[in-house]
Design a protein around this ligand. Structure first.
Ligand SMILES: CC(C)(COP(=O)(O)OP(=O)(O)OC[C@H]1O[C@@H](n2cnc3c(N)ncnc32)[C@H](O)[C@@H]1OP(=O)(O)O)[C@@H](O)C(=O)NCCC(=O)NCCS
Length: 250
């Protein structure tokens, strides 16, 4: 994989939820900016510990030919991955604080539910001619298998469609079964091999490419995946460029 930047910080954010979609995904997507470089570097080091040359995020961010998307959540949230209500002690403390404010005639304070933002994963794209290259994608280790990788992939497809890309392409280590399964789920197919591409262990890279993403058939498939993701993990806020395709609202 290679790497990219965020020329789309002016992106509008839309809630990709239908009115009857009650559950909100705790994760959302936004375009990365230069203030996110350190976080991106830290995440990349964690995800690719054997990587020798890191992605040049700093020089990349701001280029119109690249985009990094971050999957974020509130740092202080219910942690309600399992659907269980928050535990009793924090609820009691919160209620006592509210009672104290009432007794002291203090005005009600905005709930501190939305703490500082936490970044759970990121994806990088380079736009070259009519291709969108997924140059890097990673989810923080302790937050894997919670749909973050898929959310990033959905954001990548939507960004590619909004930019008029015809296909998505990437390279992946032959041994990286988790990533290859994610890519296959989103329509990537093996398209070639780069022998001994990875210099740390001389592993081969599989080149994977989607069919044309602009066809009705592919869009229908993507819409289905987006809906399934929303059904499983909740509807998510994702960036879209003005004039971008709004067909993936689930
Ligand atoms: C690949 C990676 C980004 C997936 O992120 P994630 O947040 O765990 O992915 P999700 O929870 O959204 O999983 C989505 C799909 O990916 C595939 N997948 C993810 N982890 C998998 C695993 N351990 N084994 C098999 N398939 C897996 C499945 O198809 C899954 O769909 P399913 O739940 O319907 O089976 C993550 O494992 C990662 O960061 N790995 C390290 C960095 C890396 O290798 N990046 C790719 C470089 S090319």
């Amino acid at each position: 994989l290679a790497q990219i930047s965020a020329a789309q910080t002016s992106s509008q954010t839309r809630a990709a939820a239908s009115p009857d979609q009650a559950i909100a995904n705790r994760y959302r997507l936004r375009a990365a900016g230069s203030a996110d470089v350190r976080t991106l570097e830290e995440l990349e080091r964690e995800a690719f510990p054997t990587m020798t040359a890191g992605t040049p995020f700093r020089s990349d961010i701001g280029r119109t030919t690249s985009l990094y998307l971050l999957a974020t959540r509130d740092s202080v949230d219910s942690g309600n991955v399992t659907g269980r209500p928050p535990s009793l002690v924090p609820r009691l403390l919160r209620d006592l604080r509210s009672l104290g404010r009432v007794l002291l005639f203090e005005p009600p304070r905005r709930e501190a539910a939305a703490g500082p933002e936490h970044v759970a994963g990121f994806v990088g794209l380079w736009f070259v001619l009519d291709e969108a290259h997924v140059i890097v994608i990673a989810t923080r280790r302790e937050e894997r298998l919670r749909g973050v990788g898929e959310l990033l992939m959905i954001g990548a497809f939507e960004a590619a469609l909004a930019r008029g890309s015809r296909v998505l392409t990437l390279e992946v280590r032959a041994s990286n079964e988790a990533a290859r399964a994610l890519y296959r789920k989103y329509g990537f197919e093996d398209a070639g091999l780069r022998k001994r591409y990875y210099t740390d262990n001389n592993e081969d890279a599989i080149i994977m490419t989607t069919p044309s993403i602009t066809t009705e058939a592919f869009r229908a498939r993507l819409d289905g995946l987006v809906r399934m993701h929303a059904g499983r993990w909740g509807s998510s806020e994702r960036p879209t460029t003005p004039g971008g395709h709004a067909t993936h609202v689930q």
